[in-house]
Write a protein that binds this ligand. Structure first.
Ligand SMILES: Cc1cc2nc3c(=O)[nH]c(=O)nc-3n(C[C@H](O)[C@H](O)[C@H](O)COP(=O)(O)OP(=O)(O)OC[C@H]3O[C@@H](n4cnc5c(N)ncnc54)[C@H](O)[C@@H]3O)c2cc1C
Length: 486
């Protein structure tokens, strides 16, 4: 892979180290930097110049000012679980790691909000307020390690975002360090229809290209009074897909409606949290409904009937919390489980209108056959957010390249049926060319003009999110060259 030369302690590293107080403030040795040469998109690797670990907003602002004054490229990093390469230092960036800024600053149950630092891990929030009957709704499958700052940058989703909405629906206010080093607060802490532009909506999902988020006010929700979970096994993918459509069109909005196909089931059953799914079924649905106790049984009965109408082989309701938790652990560790059946895998992330599920899954099967690579599907079926997992072995010459091509072909299919190239994992560098599947040059220019207002010198996370003439072509060329030599 594309590696750059050994780093040494130059004047910039000395100066950056002086800004950050306390021990473990900076890394600059090559062997330390290796852990930061990529994020969850492991196909492309570059060493950063250094990694700095600020303790507070003021230190972040000083670091940003230093980078701006000295024309040093830089980027923010949370836990590094991003799947589209957003935290990869393409330009030998100084990485500003937010992992030391990991405090829960306040919880206001009366107004249902909490304030966290950006390095606070997503699941910790729910765990800290669960005993008071509250939770934080966005639940990416990586929630046990990803940070809320990273979630804001990627506008992360999760299994329960079908009913409750993605990260942007739960962010009430942000403190942000702009690329000129100014510290601003945006969002009016949730006042509806506040005057001025909706900067909160703009910053959320901007993939770390407009500023560094240093404090986040989030909405917290009261635990639902009741929840029930259904597992349904189908002999035909089409039947499972049709059941998804019929459940939603019946007016039921499940908290979660997840699907796995046969290859995905083979993976999760071979990994750490098997639950004994039959291996010969073609698809399963995991469906959860929640809300006031009074309506739950009626919804469950309706769901069971829809599944029966579509020739379900077996359908069952979780008997207790332990069984429910086992089913969810099996689903939520699904990506990593592919490691049990494949040396490598590439996670894709497209969105389609729900009604196109059978057609799109058929096309993905064809792409699998054409490329000679197995593709597993684990996805948020309720909101049409597909995750084709392309299985390959990077040790085989040309296999990584084929996987990238197959991933791109899956996204083209999503775009062709009126969908989009990302549902929750972002564009990063991975899907930079595919932005052209859905945007014209003019539409891309309108958006990059906004980036230039915030980030005029393009020192913050350059080369991400939008194709710029030349740069994305270079990235793809570098990836191909690196693969050819591996
Ligand atoms: C096994 C697995 C399962 C996953 N499941 C899901 C899922 O269900 N749903 C989902 O949406 N995603 C999922 N992801 C992807 C990933 O976890 C999310 O994108 C997550 O939001 C990234 O958070 P992070 O802290 O790891 O951010 P990083 O990977 O460190 O950074 C991601 C991007 O955010 C920017 N960034 C980070 N912190 C800040 C900040 N404070 N200010 C400004 N920019 C910042 C970075 O520059 C980068 O561009 C999964 C990943 C894995 C590995």
């Amino acid at each position: 892979m594309a590696r750059t030369k050994v780093r040494s302690k130059d004047k910039h590293i000395n100066n950056l180290a002086k800004i950050v107080s306390g021990p473990y403030s900076i890394l600059y040795d090559q062997e330390d930097l290796l852990a930061y040469d990529c994020d969850g998109f492991t196909i492309h690797k570059h060493l950063p110049k250094a990694v700095v670990f600020p303790n507070n907003t003021e230190e972040v602002a000083e670091l940003v000012k230093y980078c701006a004054e000295n024309s040093l490229p830089y980027l923010a990093r949370g836990a590094g679980t991003g799947l589209s390469g957003g935290a990869i230092p393409l330009n030998e960036e100084v990485i500003i790691s937010l992992v030391k800024m990991k405090r829960l600053l306040s919880v206001d149950l009366e107004n249902r909000r909490a304030v966290v630092e950006p390095g606070y891990v997503n699941l910790k929030l729910t765990n800290s307020i669960a005993d008071k009957g509250y939770y934080y709704a966005p639940d990416p499958s990586s929630q046990s390690c990803c940070t809320i700052g990273g979630n804001v940058a990627e506008n992360a989703g999760g299994a329960h975002c079908l009913k409750y909405g993605v990260t942007t629906n739960h962010i009430l206010g942000l403190e942000v360090v702009l690329p000129n080093g100014e510290i601003i607060e945006i969002g009016h802490d949730g006042i509806p229809d506040a005057p001025g532009y909706d900067l909160l909506g703009l910053l959320t999902g901007s993939e770390g290209t407009l500023g560094i988020v240093t404090k986040i006010t989030v909405r917290i929700l009261k635990n639902p009074e009741a929840k029930q979970t259904v597992l349904a096994y189908f002999d035909h993918v089409e039947d499972g897909s049709q059941a998804v459509s019929d459940i939603i069109s019946a007016g039921i909005v499940p908290a979660a409606l997840e699907m796995m196909d046969k290859t995905a089931i083979e993976g999760v059953e071979a990994a750490s949290f098997p639950v004994g799914h039959p291996k010969d079924i073609e698809a399963l649905l995991l469906i959860e409904v929640d809300g006031v106790s009074a309506g739950i049984n009626e919804q469950i009965n309706h769901i069971l009937q829809v599944c029966k109408n579509h020739h379900v082989r077996e359908v069952k309701v979780a008997q207790d919390e332990q069984e429910r938790a086992r089913w969810w652990a099996n689903r939520k560790t699904g990506f990593g489980a592919m490691g049990a059946i494949s040396a490598d895998y590439l996670v894709q992330d497209g969105v389609i209108p729900r009604s196109k599920l059978p057609e799109v899954l058929n096309r993905i099967n064809e792409i699998s056959a054409e490329s000679g690579l197995r593709i597993a599907n684990i996805f948020h079926a309720g909101d049409g957010n597909l995750h084709p997992l392309i299985l390959f072995d990077a040790r085989i010459p040309g296999a990584s390249e084929k996987a990238l091509e197959a991933g791109s072909a899956c996204l083209q299919v999503c775009a062709d049926v009126g969908g989009s190239i990302t549902g929750e994992h972002g564009v990063g560098i991975e899907k930079i060319n595919e932005m052209r599947f859905i945007f014209t040059d003019e539409e891309i220019a309108a958006q990059t003009n906004i980036r230039e207002v915030f980030n005029p010198n393009n020192l913050l996370n350059a080369g991400k999110l939008f194709p710029s003439p030349g740069r994305c072509v270079e990235i793809k060329k570098e990836m191909k060259a690196a693969m050819a030599s591996s």
